[in-house]
Design a protein around this ligand. Structure first.
Ligand code: FES
Ligand SMILES: [Fe+2]
Length: 431
């Protein structure tokens, strides 16, 4: 059980708070590259700050204050100019470093005054990687955007999915180190929702271990042993706000103390028969979390079930009222470690998993169950056999994680995988 003070320390994300300062040492994914190609401006709330992301016509990405320093107009209605973001109210032009490049009427009235040199807008660096746009709100020098191993893989169909979840980010991240929930929240609850009998294999043993970039969790399920990869390799909670399962990442990006942007990055390896496969554009979509008809949370997909658990804990889970047990060892370990890191930052030291070594960052190796599959692929038949052995590996026919996948993404996925159009041939080897 935690004190109220400890609960606050874990959950507050604003500048100047211990966790807010820690989180500002890491790059946060906030949008998809393709998203800004479709709409060059995007209103963003991140770590309690109200901002606007844009891409100008020269290709620069900027992340600046939402309000224009002139008379506070909302710059998410501004337009991306040749170089910078132009305010729609009086035309002042801001660049991605925070400089004011033009003040049209001021320059006509007092060309020699150079008023523009005396005003700046708050601006943060943005970088593109793996189809995502990343923002860094911390002090310079900014570290490197991590090149996690899956970002270097070829022959995959990648998609990015966003959901806004109305609760604090930290209870979402605690789920990244909670193996037992999978058995209940996903497997058994899905059975109950579908009216199916029986139970899924139960957890016999769980283990947690800190490593360079986070904490791994391992499990032995009924019917498996310590020789299986779920125990020998495990999955991981990546520092400070991500779950990595082997084939996908889920970032829990703090919007503010009471809201979280879930950013999912999903990799599906195409079968060897479909190689070489190259994606011209990584698709992105927004998954709804609430059923419009009933106004209840959607429960049909894996991550939606997670969301139900997280929002159910309250906007900010009250950890003074908990009763932690053996299944929560990972949660306890993570809380302790992240609070230590917040103290480290307060002392001016570097926290865990900040990447600054460019050579190493060419590819950051992670624990990956079924790595060979993702890297080398397999034939359709082989992958079907292996999938039955290790759930979660390709080749999936439907997207199981989030509801609302747009039809064009589904169709692009099926084409990439060589799956027949639905209804064409239900008995194909992949069907
Ligand atoms: S408020 Fe933006 S230019 Fe006037
Ligand atoms: Fe889950």
């Amino acid at each position: 059980m935690l004190s109220e003070e400890q609960n606050k320390a874990l959950t507050q994300v604003g500048a100047g708070t211990p966790m807010g300062e820690l989180l500002r040492r890491y790059w946060m994914p906030i949008a998809a590259v393709a998203e800004l190609d479709d709409h060059p401006t995007k209103p963003v709330r991140l770590l309690g700050e109200t901002l606007v992301l844009y891409k100008d016509k020269a290709g620069n990405y900027g992340l600046v204050d939402r309000h224009c320093p002139h008379r506070r107009a909302d710059l998410s209605y501004g337009w991306a100019d040749d170089c910078g973001l132009r305010c729609h109210y009086h035309g002042w032009l801001w660049d991605h470093t925070g400089r004011c490049l033009q003040q049209p009427f001021e320059e006509t009235a007092h060309p020699e005054a150079r008023f523009k040199d005396r005003v700046r807008i708050k601006a943060y660096p943005v970088e593109a990687k793996a189809g995502l746009l990343w923002a860094y709100l911390g002090p310079p020098p900014a570290p490197l955007v991590p090149t996690w191993e899956p970002f270097t893989w070829a022959n995959g169909f990648v998609q990015i999915v966003f959901s806004e979840v109305p609760c604090n980010w930290f209870q979402c991240q605690e789920n990244s180190i909670d193996p037992v929930h999978f058995e209940w929240l996903h497997s058994n609850w899905s059975r109950a929702l579908n009216g199916a009998d029986g139970r899924s294999p139960t957890h016999l043993k769980v283990g947690f271990e800190e490593f360079e970039y986070g904490i791994t969790y391992r499990r032995v399920l009924e019917g498996q042993s310590e020789q299986d990869e779920l125990w020998t390799v495990g999955r991981c909670c990546l520092w400070p706000n991500c779950l990595f399962t082997g084939g996908h990442f889920e970032w829990r990006v703090p919007i503010d103390d009471g809201n979280m942007l879930s950013v999912g990055w999903f990799f599906d390896r195409v079968p060897n028969e479909m190689e070489p496969y190259k994606q011209d554009r990584i698709p992105y979509w927004v998954s709804p979390i609430r059923d419009a008809l009933t106004d209840r949370w959607i429960t049909s997909h894996v991550m939606n079930q997670d969301f139900v658990a997280w929002v159910g804990q309250g906007t900010v889970a009250d950890r003074t009222q908990e009763h932690l047990g053996e299944s929560d060892r990972g949660v306890i370990m993570m809380r302790r470690r992240i609070l230590e890191d917040a103290e480290r930052v307060a002392r001016g030291e570097e926290p865990k998993a900040v990447i600054r070594d460019a050579e190493k960052n060419r590819c950051l190796r992670l624990p990956i169950i079924g790595r060979d599959f993702f890297v080398n692929g397999s034939s359709r038949v082989e992958s079907e056999i292996s999938r039955q052995r290790t759930p979660g590996l390709p080749l999936r026919k439907e997207f199981p994680f989030l509801t609302g996948q747009p039809e064009e993404v589904r169709a692009a996925y099926r084409r990439a995988m060589g799956l027949p159009e639905p209804g064409v041939d239900a008995r194909s080897p992949a069907g």
